[in-house]
Design a protein around this ligand. Structure first.
Ligand SMILES: Nc1ncnc2c1ncn2[C@@H]1O[C@H](COP(=O)(O)OP(=O)(O)OP(=O)(O)O)[C@@H](O)[C@H]1O
Ligand SMILES: [Mg+2]
Length: 498
């Protein structure tokens, strides 16, 4: 048997370890969910120690399932939820505080303060990102200011900052004893501290956000050998890391300018490869790094992020109890012929791309005595498609090219009703791959490229992917009616939080 590649996919809701063969096919995987800690409205935290324990458990479980051990793996890559911010003790490895998750809105006051200082345009030009609660810099500043002793320790390098890739890489390579303190360039591009052109930490940004340089990881390529793993993966080269959405872009082989994909997980993330020059959006999209492979020039992407998509299914399951499993949503939605004029705007953390309205909050609009839980289920699914449509329109406007077809992946892409509605509402085909886990596949590809399992990106692009195409089948009048009602609902969600 030729050797396998491993990928640790540390997501917002769960951690997976996936083994793939050189052809890009998943051989075995194990997954474990972690707690979503919500101490106040708008606050979302994770226990980074729990995440690391889960990572170790899923690594062992996947190896056992496949009946292989570390010596059967040629390399391991990491994909991760982005922006989520960890601060830990360099000597003990203990987190100083719960990690602050990307969708957490506690830094809104700081966002407003910086906006009032008039630095928004400068920050946007340097990082490709608008001032928003989404990115790591203000989350880190909050941890430094609110955790007793943290700022002093970070200033001495005794407390280390990292996004989740940094956290798991440091632990995988030996923690306090020998851990590598690095961040891959795609993750660094989401901190709002890295200059998107030079790929270095930016002194002016560090000053504005009040971040001591001593706590920062070294920015590294997305595909290079960072070090060797210890523990269950002892001796295996750790050779790739990408933010989960960037990994999915690679997993989908979106390697040419104009290639785009949409991943439906906790949120929805549409990314388009724009080639070797960063392109600044005029339509509310983020400029971000697509990937940086070894010494090659970095490749950039435009991104539209939607905070709540699959998370809405979990909310219907956990907070309303109208389904027991996310997968039940399709049957419930199919129990009614249409949305019954009900619209669900899931602005739980405000609205991200392309509107960037921190003051929006969730609402269900259009309820009548006729409405039932089937309509709410349908509206919840359709919300992901309506929001993706808006992002796609912004992307087309920025890039100046029509998108021929939309490549999709992620857990929610299993939903046929949603995929058909997505094709209908964007009036373009939706292409579903054989495997929905392309995030992990992309991280494994990055590791495989670093150690020569693949000679080039073209090797990866040659792997077969497509399994099903959803062709649009909706009249222009019906599409216009639905979109117009959706927009009315969104208007009503704005300005709720002050
Ligand atoms: N059949 C389905 N219909 C609709 N949504 C679904 C379905 N199956 C799973 N989901 C949703 O998809 C999400 C899981 O997708 P996926 O596994 O890609 O996310 P994830 O990788 O865990 O997300 P993240 O990386 O953000 O943690 C969950 O939010 C779940 O509610
Ligand atoms: Mg994921």
């Amino acid at each position: 048997m030729s050797k396998l590649l491993g990928a640790l996919d540390q997501g917002t809701t769960s951690t997976r370890f996936v083994l793939i063969d050189a052809g890009g096919d998943i051989v075995a995987q194990a997954q474990r969910e972690h707690r979503q800690i919500c101490p106040r409205p708008g606050w979302v935290e994770h226990d980074a120690a729990e995440i690391w324990r889960n990572a170790q458990a899923v690594i062992e479980a996947a190896l056992a399932k496949a009946k292989v051990s570390a010596c059967d793996l040629s390399a391991v890559g990491v994909a991760n939820q982005r922006e989520t911010t960890v601060l830990w003790d360099a000597a003990t490895g203990a987190p100083l505080h719960n990690a602050i998750v990307w969708m957490d809105t506690r830094t809104q006051v700081a966002v407003d303060r910086l906006a009032a200082l008039g630095v928004g345009d400068m920050v946007h030009a340097k990082t490709g990102l608008p001032l928003a609660t989404y990115f790591s810099a203000l989350k880190l500043a909050w941890l430094l200011d609110e955790t007793p002793g943290a700022r002093a320790r970070a200033t001495e390098g005794a407390a280390l900052f990292g996004t989740i890739d940094s956290w798991v890489i440091w632990n995988l390579t030996g923690g306090a004893a020998s851990g590598r303190h690095i961040v891959d360039a795609t993750n660094a591009s989401r901190t709002q501290l890295m200059n998107i052109e030079t790929l270095e930490w930016d002194e002016e940004l560090l000053r504005i956000f009040d971040i001591p340089p001593a706590c920062l990881p070294k920015i590294s390529a997305s595909s290079e050998v960072y070090g060797e793993c210890v523990g269950a993966l002892a001796g295996v080269p750790l050779a790739g890391a990408l933010g989960d959405q960037h990994a999915a872009l690679l997993g989908q082989a979106c390697i040419k300018a104009g290639d785009a994909k949409n991943t439906y997980g906790t949120g929805c993330f549409l990314l388009m490869n724009v080639g070797e020059t960063p392109r600044v959006s005029k339509n509310g999209l983020l400029t971000t790094l697509a990937y940086q492979l070894g010494d090659a020039k970095p490749c950039y992407a435009l991104e539209g992020s939607i905070a709540i998509a699959g998370a809405l299914m979990q909310w219907l399951r956990d907070n309303l109890g109208i389904i027991k499993e996310s997968s039940e949503i399709e049957a419930l939605a199919k129990s009614v012929p249409d949305n019954g004029d009900v619209y669900f705007v899931p602005a739980f953390s405000g609205l991200f791309a392309p509107r960037w309205r921190g003051d929006a909050r969730g609402l269900i609009a259009g309820l009548t005595r006729y409405s039932n839980k089937g309509h709410i289920a349908r509206a919840a699914l359709e919300a992901a498609a309506f929001q993706s449509r808006e992002v796609l329109a912004a992307m087309v406007a920025d890039a100046g090219v029509e998108i021929g077809a939309l490549k999709v992946d992620g857990g929610m892409a299993a939903n046929d009703l949603l995929m058909q509605f997505q094709a209908d509402i964007i009036d373009a085909p939706v292409i579903r791959p054989r495997q929905l886990e392309l995030t992990a596949v992309g991280a494994a590809y990055a590791a495989g490229l670093a150690i020569g399992v693949y000679a080039s990106l073209d090797d990866i692009a040659a792997h077969p992917r497509e399994s099903r195409r959803f062709a649009p089948d909706m009249s222009p009048q019906e599409r216009a009616r639905l979109v117009s009602s959706w927009e009315k609902a969104v208007e009503r969600s704005l300005g709720w939080a002050v």
